[in-house]
Design a protein around this ligand. Structure first.
Ligand code: GCO
Length: 257
């Protein structure tokens, strides 16, 4: 096997949830550049169309599927439409997620549930649909759940996000426990502090910005492109014996006090 073939995704189809922007879109670009067909997902079809416009020579590999990952019926319908289009999802990136910063004592239960639904339960719902088909096809597959530094450590004011991302780490291990025998490798990526729209409130806060740069051995915020290599690795034959792991792409933040 040549080195490049370890990372070759030709002939594979990747569904990336929450990929109209941010980390999801960056990973979708990388998976397309590695040869995969990519299915972009988000709730807003117009945003997906706009995102698809940036794929250049890889545009023929891009498919759009607008659905709400929290809506179980919509997820099932979306997978049925992909089946009908002959698009078998070999690689699933459960990236969709929201952030909601509020001290728990002021946090409404509805907001807690919304974050848990979007950031954790959706990964189960979409993962189950993908795995059912991977197992039925007997072709195995790759599931990449997007965790966080908060899969490991907590920060005040982001309790529901932290609880959900901690759950992502253990859901990933559960997927490995139940689906590895079917040739599915389920792993997770734990991004550090990445400069994205979701973190605009933090990057624009001089004190928080200085804290991230001081607390991170690499001395900088991550960029969405910093996750692409790890996503390609976990989506490719190079990771066929990696299961139930979470790889932190955090500039070393979790490695040091
Ligand atoms: C926050 C941030 C973090 C990061 C990331 C860290 O408010 O602390 O949003 O949650 O986005 O998840 O891994």
């Amino acid at each position: 096997m040549s080195v490049s073939s370890y990372f070759d995704l030709s002939g594979k189809t990747a569904l990336v949830t929450g990929s109209s922007g941010g980390l999801g879109l960056a990973m979708a670009h990388g998976l397309a550049e590695a040869g995969a067909k990519v299915v972009l997902n988000g709730r807003d079809a117009n945003k997906l169309t706009e995102a698809a416009g940036g794929f250049g020579e890889f545009a023929p590999q891009v498919h759009l599927s607008a659905f709400d990952v929290c809506d179980e019926d919509a997820v099932k319908t979306a997978f049925r439409k992909l089946d009908e289009a002959g698009m078998a999802v070999d690689i699933l990136v459960n990236n969709a997620g929201v952030q909601f910063r509020r001290p728990m004592l002021e946090l409404e239960s509805a907001d807690w549930r919304r974050v848990l639904e979007t950031n954790l339960t959706s990964a189960f719902i979409v993962g189950r649909e993908a795995a059912r088909r991977m197992i039925a096809r007997g072709s195995g597959g790759k599931i990449i759940n997007i965790g966080s530094l908060t899969s490991e450590v907590a920060r005040a004011t982001v309790a529901p996000y932290t609880a959900a991302k901690g759950g992502i780490k253990m859901l990933t291990r559960s997927m490995a426990a139940e689906w590895a025998a079917h040739g599915i490798q389920a792993n997770a990526i734990g991004p550090g502090y990445i400069d994205t729209e979701m973190n605009k409130a933090l990057t624009s806060d001089a004190k928080f910005d200085a804290w991230v740069k001081g607390r991170t051995p690499s001395g900088r915020w991550g960029l969405p492109k910093d996750l692409v290599g790890t996503a390609i690795f976990l989506a490719s034959p190079a990771s066929d014996y990696v299961n139930g792991q979470i790889i932190y792409v955090d500039g070393g933040m979790l490695a040091v006090l």
